[in-house]
Design a protein around this ligand. Structure first.
Ligand SMILES: Cc1ncc(COP(=O)(O)O)c(C=O)c1O
Length: 382
């Protein structure tokens, strides 16, 4: 039986769409009637399966990609006044997670052809208070990890991968999830696999993994299930944590979805190849550049429009024709929250310029060649 697709009833082509199949529904129902609604056996099972999928030692399930980033920031032991370098072009959560821990985001510029963080700009922003760099695998293409590691090495600076766009991608043959001190993933519905809301922090470091498990459970040293198994009631809260737990029911969905992750990544790559080919005939629309030493997981398919085209008009025309174009992203520091804290235009000129001309086209595994033609035909007509 084919996968059920949310929103498939209309001819509207969204920019992203999850697939929920019968196996997912069965797994969720089984979990629902199992008696374990929050932390139960499926949490550890999902963590183990996800860690294995990445080829990493440890994975810690949390209830969003944002929580995964926050847990990573805490595990690195940031203090008020520490600085964290974050690419200007990313979702706000990459920077906000540093702010939650009292640290200051310092925004680095991006390569205008890929929108990946520019290592030269990162190097220029390193200072005595720099404690971490966040590498964002923008759109699904891994950042330049070797260059970022070179910058961090010998300076006590740690590397966090915001890999929310890139499960299944590789960098020089190495899997995303194994490229940084901690790698963070999101299972929001537009991502590669979904748990409705959810996230995962992946690391080789057992100590940091244990710390993140405490952090997601209020900073308490044991969870309810472990105490039940030991016949004990006492617990200790050793630090201030949060309730970032990912329920068993959602882990059941994640486990079922994980079995199709590779298939979905390949399907996304095929859709991207169709776009790449079709867009060679549309000179005003240029796909972002891809690096030959990486494989791309294509969370989103982003193009740059010729500056002579009015991006907002192109966006509106696509929307009027039932095509869910989108924009990812305005530079984070131009949001009111950051402006009110002293950030402002001019910090990352390449990012600011590129952000005015980018457009995200629909991309999801079930897209057909006809869907791609439909999008490209509208672009051609402009
Ligand atoms: C790059 C990036 N980082 C972090 C997040 C946060 O993930 P979540 O929505 O699961 O909290 C997202 C989600 O959109 C993202 O795209």
């Amino acid at each position: 039986m084919p996968d059920r697709e949310a929103g498939a009833q209309s001819s509207f082509l969204p920019y992203g769409r999850q697939e929920i199949g019968d196996a997912d529904v069965k797994a969720v129902v089984e979990a629902l009637v199992s008696g374990w609604l929050t932390t139960g056996p499926r949490v550890a099972r999902f963590e183990k399966a996800f860690a294995q999928h990445c080829g990493a030692a440890e994975a810690v399930a949390v209830n969003s990609g944002t929580a995964a980033l926050h847990a990573a920031m805490r595990a690195l032991g940031l203090h008020t006044g520490d600085e964290v370098i974050v690419p200007a072009i990313t979702f706000a959560a990459s920077a906000n997670a540093a702010v939650y821990e009292g640290a200051t985001p310092v925004f680095a510029d991006v390569d205008p052809d890929t929108l990946l963080v520019d290592p030269a700009s990162v190097r220029a922003r390193i200072g005595p208070r720099t404690k971490a760099i966040v590498a964002v695998d923008y759109a699904g293409q891994p950042a330049d990890y070797d260059a970022l590691k070179d910058i961090a090495r010998g300076r006590g600076i740690r590397l966090i991968a915001d890999a929310c766009h890139a499960p299944g991608a590789t960098y020089k043959g190495r899997a995303v999830g194994t490229l940084a001190d901690i790698s963070c993933f999101s299972f929001h519905p537009v991502k590669h696999l979904t748990t409705c809301e959810g996230g995962m922090s992946v690391t080789e470091d057992a100590r940091m993994a244990a710390q993140m498990r405490r952090f997601r459970n209020h900073g308490i040293d044991s969870d309810h299930r472990a105490r039940e198994a030991a016949g004990a009631y006492a617990y200790d809260m050793t630090e201030l944590g949060y309730n970032y737990r990912l329920p068993d029911v959602q882990c059941a969905l994640g486990l079922a979805q994980l079995t199709r992750l590779n298939k979905w990544v390949h399907a996304r790559q095929k859709v991207a190849a169709l776009y790449d080919k079709a867009l060679t005939r549309v000179p005003q629309v240029t796909p972002l550049k891809t690096h030959h030493d990486r494989t791309h997981a294509y969370h989103i398919y982003v193009v740059k429009l010729d500056p002579a085209l009015d991006r907002d008009k192109v966006f509106a025309t696509l929307r009027a024709k039932g095509i869910g174009a989108n924009v990812h992203y305005a530079p984070v520091y131009l949001h009111s929250y950051y402006r009110a804290r002293g950030y402002g235009a001019g910090l990352a000129p390449m990012a600011e310029r590129a952000a005015k001309h980018v457009l995200t086209l629909p991309m999801f595994p079930a897209m057909t060649a006809d869907d791609v033609t439909r999008v490209v035909d509208v672009l051609k007509s402009l």
